[in-house]
Ligand binder design. Structure first.
Ligand code: HMH
Length: 207
């Protein structure tokens, strides 16, 4: 089972994770402003959580994967700066409570530090691949959102996702049956949590 095989096997789940009225709103410009604000502040929480989880992935990474995972970590630190800049520009407070949906995703990623490495790297790849696919579907995006679309569709990001896929592919290639099963479960969980994240931005409600 390869990363590509997972995308094929769970095609419907993946579509649900990467297509959403939120993204259609980004594309057309019809996105309700509250949805965008909710997304921005919760994604800031998410990236902070992803950064901490990815540090565990780095700790578990084989020698050949260290550079990709470590450079990805630094990119997340830059992303926090970038999101802070956008929040400031829009006068949005980032010190809002984390939404339970975002918390659930972050908790899941953190829980993977006890999972075998193939599951960890597969989940990390899936998480980033989800954003590549989601924002690619919204390209080029309406003017207010174009910079966001650009971030997750630029060649450097696509190359990062490809590099993670190679790491996941190698790990899965030598994984035991139990490890492959854990990786497959992690992939499905990431897809479900990505879908829930878009739903959260759309529906709002209490954190
Ligand atoms: C919800 N998934 C979510 N947020 C992100 N920033 C990414 C994936 C990619 O880092």
């Amino acid at each position: 089972m390869s990363p590509q095989a997972l995308l094929l096997r769970y095609r419907a789940l993946w579509e649900a994770a990467t297509r959403h009225p939120f993204l259609e709103g980004v594309r057309t410009g019809a996105l309700p402003e509250p949805a965008f604000r909710r997304w921005l502040v919760q994604d800031y929480h998410f990236v902070g959580g992803l950064l901490a989880s990815q540090a565990y992935v780095l700790a578990a990474a084989p020698r050949a994967d260290q550079r990709v995972v470590a450079l990805g970590l630094v990119a997340l630190v830059d992303e926090l700066d970038w999101l802070e800049g956008h929040a400031r520009e829009r006068g949005l407070a980032l010190e809002v409570p984390i939404h339970s949906t975002c918390q659930e995703y972050v908790d899941f990623l953190r829980s993977l530090h006890r999972a075998p490495y193939p599951a960890q790297i597969t989940a990390l790849w899936a998480c980033e691949r989800a954003y590549l696919d989601a924002w690619t579907g919204a390209a080029p995006g309406a003017e207010p959102y174009r910079e966001f679309v650009r971030r997750w569709t630029q060649p450097a990001f696509a190359q990062y996702v490809t590099a993670l896929e190679s790491c996941a592919s190698r790990a899965l290639g030598t994984a035991s049956a139990a490890e492959r099963e854990a990786a497959e479960q992690a992939f499905r969980r990431v897809a479900e949590l990505e879908r829930a994240f878009w739903e959260m931005t759309w529906e709002g409600g209490e954190p």
